[in-house]
Design a protein around this ligand. Sequence first.
Ligand code: AMP
Length: 400
Amino acid sequence: MKILVINAGSSSIKYQLFEMSDRSVLAAGLVERIGEALGHLKHKTPKHPDIEQEAPIPDHQEGLNRVVQLLLDPETGVITSPDEITAVGHRVVHGGEKFSAPTVINTEVLEVIDALSALAPLHNPANLTGIQVAMKLFPHATQVAIFDTAFHQTMPAHAYRYAIPNELYEQNHVRVYGFHGTSHLYVSKAAAAHLGKPLTATNLITAHLGNGASITAVSQGRSVDTSMGFSPLPGLIMGTRSGDVDPAVIFHLANVQGMSIAEIDKLLNKQSGLLGLCGDNDLRDIERRVDEGDAAATLAFEMYAYRIRKYVGAYTAALGQVDALVFTAGVGENSPAIREAVCTGLDALGYALDLEKNAAGKTGSVTEIQAAESRAKILVISTNEELEIALQTEAVLNGD
Ligand code: AMP
């Protein structure tokens, strides 16, 4: 069975075509700069890893049209008809409280995703456009929505409610939703499999440290708390997002500094985090500057690690007992320095790193890096959100 995974952003489409019998990737790519003067498409297959196009790509329809043409290309293509694709799995950022599982898309589901744009104005409209275009191009395929928020719908009210007047939750749906759910679930399943335990008997802290970053407490396989909230802004320090700040800073910026809400939104989402602290948002550049003795980069690095360490402490308290602390995504998988800075001083909490194993890095899809005396395992796990979307889509088709 072939499943196409689509992650449609406001000006981009990421995609992967899977052969589910062996989970191999038949083709993958990225359409970027949709709507700009010159769009860009990168496409690869195992035999043709470097296909690129530059041309105006006015909208998502044209973007996906080009992808379909490449998939069908007589020389470099991997299918002979769009009907070979049994299902399309779509990443949808916000499922609100309506969706806690992958969902076959019909007219009603489309309407709810559209209505949820009020909660995710930057993401859901683009996800919706991707679905609508895919429905036209693959009319025989089952279209399935996989929500970033779904995994966190198991959080108890004491974790997902904010201490603000009840009406704001009851009427305006203001609560913690959490994001990156597909990745947190994928690495949770991989960790449980590695530990040889059922997921439903496994307690984990999963740290997804990429350009966006979040950390989740997983009790018996279910998300019980997570660091992102109503939006992806709070929690950990990210590439350009501030993570946690006192909301009164916003009043100050508006009332005293005279900034508009739009300006503050941009400041906290796009100009803050590592970028705001030291002018770089890629941790590789920051680590290089730390090695050179740069003070701003060193503070940014220390704050980044300290924030994660605080959450590990908080979630250890939330869970009571933890089987494994999991590091994943760009930073989590590739930065021994951050993993070391996070774990330093956590021995008493049950996390003791083996410095050599940590420095050696990933040796497979799951790598243990804890010392012999560590109560909890410390794991580096390669995340694969696209595969998780494909697997969940397949599970829906199989009625699981
Ligand atoms: P992601 O969003 O998961 O693709 O993660 C992207 C981020 O991972 C980049 O912005 C980098 O900051 C970080 N990253 C990737 N490789 C490394 C590395 N070798 N060392 C430190 N950070 C890295």
